[in-house]
Design a protein around this ligand. Structure first.
Ligand SMILES: [Fe+2]
Ligand SMILES: [Fe+2]
Length: 289
């Protein structure tokens, strides 16, 4: 059996921790939980740090933390590691410093030594991890389009940002899928929808564990924020003709967003998927005739 574990938004900080004091301790509490799942691969969909695009040492720190897990992993950057656009950089100059340089010169690429698209084969699954910023100056989508054309089996695509809204109430009715890669987001979504072999899109950024079913049965899964909360991700198993997806609770806080931002929803319900049965995602997808 092939098992993928999906977590996101570690928000690792070197001392002194400023945005989330105690975050490294919270992350360390999740280490035994991750190990006990015995994954073939851990995927991390961005915001590995809070200040990585301002200070490369932060990315060096989280790279070391990931290496010390002792598990195979695949990580992509989020807006705190690899800023999405100039406007965000101007709004948050320390947390989302825009690096107006080619991919190879960014803090993330210099630390993780990978390209804007990474392809990994795990059992029958191809995983395609894409780093994307506004306007796609790195040519990430062209690389992804070629990889998608060449697929000959089921695939999962990883990105940081949700491609559609994750919650229709509260803060996430607007936050998360807008404001970062607006000019290229639909291009990415359309690439995925046009390839029936893509079964799931794994993302983070919203700090909540959500499930959204898109056209053709493509499923968008967001993992929570393993460090700051909601400390929850996904265990994804290949079982027969399906992907079976179960919730994985980490060792950190169960909630992230304050109650007054949730539109009168129960805070736990807002942050955590509460299905009692695993989600089943067929590995084969119906193609419109
Ligand atoms: Fe985040
Ligand atoms: Fe983010």
């Amino acid at each position: 059996m092939t098992r993928i574990v999906h977590v996101s938004d570690l928000h690792y900080e070197l001392a002194p921790e400023r945005l989330k004091p105690g975050v490294r301790q919270l992350l360390d509490q999740s280490v035994p939980i991750l190990k006990e799942t015995h994954p073939d691969l851990v995927v991390v969909t961005g915001d590995l740090t809070s200040y990585g695009c301002f200070d490369r040492n932060q990315l060096v720190g989280v790279h070391r933390w990931l290496e010390e897990l002792g598990l195979a992993y695949l990580a992509i950057p989020g807006n705190h590691d690899f800023s999405a656009n100039v406007a965000r950089g101007n709004l948050y100059p320390i947390m989302e410093t825009y690096e107006a340089v080619p991919w190879d010169q960014t803090n993330f690429a210099q630390t993780f030594h990978q390209g804007p698209l990474v392809t990994v084969q795990e059992g029958p699954l191809t995983l395609l991890a894409v780093a994307l910023r506004e306007g796609d100056p790195d040519g990430s989508l062209a690389q992804l389009a070629v990889a998608l054309q060449n697929l000959d089996g089921p695939a999962i695509v990883l990105g940081h940002y949700p491609l559609v809204v994750t919650k229709d109430v509260g803060v996430l009715a607007t936050f998360g899928y807008q404001g970062y890669i607006d000019a290229v987001r639909d291009q990415l979504l359309n690439l995925l929808l046009a390839q029936p072999l893509v079964r799931a899109y794994l993302c983070g950024h919203v700090h909540a564990q959500t499930v959204t079913v898109l056209d053709g049965g493509l499923v968008q899964l967001s993992a929570g924020g393993l460090g700051p909360g909601a400390s929850a991700g996904w265990v994804i198993d290949v079982v027969g003709a399906n992907l079976e997806v179960r919730s994985l609770r980490g060792g950190g806080p169960e909630i992230f967003w304050p109650g007054e931002m949730l539109g009168d929803c129960d805070s736990l319900d807002y942050h955590l998927w509460c299905g009692s049965e695993p989600l089943a995602i067929p590995l084969g997808r119906a193609v419109a005739s």
